[in-house]
Design a protein. Structure first.
Length: 75
């Protein structure tokens, strides 16, 4: 199931440079993401679908990193 998630979410997908700050916030402090962050990306010309896909990829990547770290600790 985890392998399917890794494949489907494409956590290594490259993102346009305009996403850097936003995706860093998603990875490290997702609770701090605001509507304004999304609106700024939309104003830069990105669609809601593009923003969603990059958001999911970054969030899944962060979750998988934490999962891998936790599993490594248990070994």
């Amino acid at each position: 199931m985890i392998d399917a998630l890794r494949t489907a979410a494409q956590p290594e997908r490259p993102a346009p440079p305009e996403f850097a700050t936003y995706l860093e916030r998603v990875r490290l402090h997702a609770y701090k993401v605001t509507d304004r962050d999304v609106e700024e990306l939309k104003a830069a010309g990105f669609t809601e679908d593009e923003i969603f896909e990059h958001t999911v990829s970054a969030a899944v990547a962060a979750g998988l990193e934490r999962l891998d770290a936790g599993l490594a600790t248990l070994r």
